[in-house]
Design a protein around this ligand. Structure first.
Ligand code: DGL
Length: 240
């Protein structure tokens, strides 16, 4: 039986917290990570370019042996228009439980994610969502993880009188600072789409039947393999 090798894609280091969550859920799967750190951030680019860059990264993962690919990037997932024969591509699609419909919630994401999401009408039933398109936060997270420079959320976000019932982390880079974002908005609850992603992977019959392998590995490919491997070790030490 062929081993399952999940390729994880992001524009940079944002997919690492997602991969860590996936690894906990699917402990017997091999993971291969590709981050396109040379082109991060994707969030202010045109949809066509985001799609082309994503396809390039996905192909690197397939060439490295991935037989399923996770787009661990909201921006890439919402702009993805590709289809690849024989390889299942799982996207990270924003999802909020129905029970939060009447609540005030803040959605934080890249400009591209926010506009794609608003255009899709995906959250039109959630009337009290306030959207925050953040052009520089992902790059600032990337920089802070590799330096001693502290991330100052007030440079990117405005404080609000209102206390939201939830904050949606609509960019995977923000997962590094989930605690800090919660404190900033004085909010206990966050969503980020990974639960929905895990559910979609589990429900994929063909995939779950092949889940088990022994001595699972995590490897990194691409020009920034070393950088992402370092971010992985740092995340495991400091954040998880
Ligand atoms: N981590 C990515 C996301 O989830 C995008 C960051 C960027 O490249 O702008 O949207």
């Amino acid at each position: 039986m062929e081993r399952v090798k999940i390729g994880v894609f992001d524009s940079g280091i944002g997919g690492i917290p997602v991969m860590v969550k996936l690894k906990k859920e699917f402990p017997f799967v091999d993971f291969i990570y590709f981050g396109d750190n040379g082109n991060v951030p994707y969030g202010s680019r045109e949809s066509k370019e985001i799609c082309e860059l994503t396809l390039r990264g996905v192909n690197e993962l397939i060439n490295a042996g991935a037989n399923a690919v996770v787009l661990a990037c909201n921006t890439a997932s919402l702009n993805w228009r590709g289809e690849i024969t024989g390889v299942k591509v799982f996207r990270l699609i924003p999802h909020i439980p129905e029970t939060f419909r009447g609540e005030v919630g803040y959605f934080l994401g890249t400009p591209s994610t926010v506009s794609a999401l608003r255009a899709s009408g995906a959250f039109s039933a959630f009337e009290h969502i306030r959207y925050f398109p953040l052009p520089y936060l992902a790059a600032a997270v990337e920089e802070s993880v590799f330096s001693d420079k502290e991330l100052v959320l007030a440079d990117h976000l405005v404080t609000t009188e209102q206390k939201p019932a939830f904050v949606y982390l609509g960019c995977t880079h923000y997962l590094y600072y989930e605690g800090k974002i919660k404190r900033f908005f004085r909010c206990e609850k966050t969503f980020d789409g990974t639960d929905n992603l895990i559910k979609n992977i589990r429900e994929n019959k063909e995939f779950s039947a092949r889940e088990i392998c022994c001595k699972p590995s995590v490897s990194f490919v691409g020009a920034y393999a070393e950088k992402n491997s370092l971010a992985f070790s740092q995340y495991m030490k400091k954040w998880s």
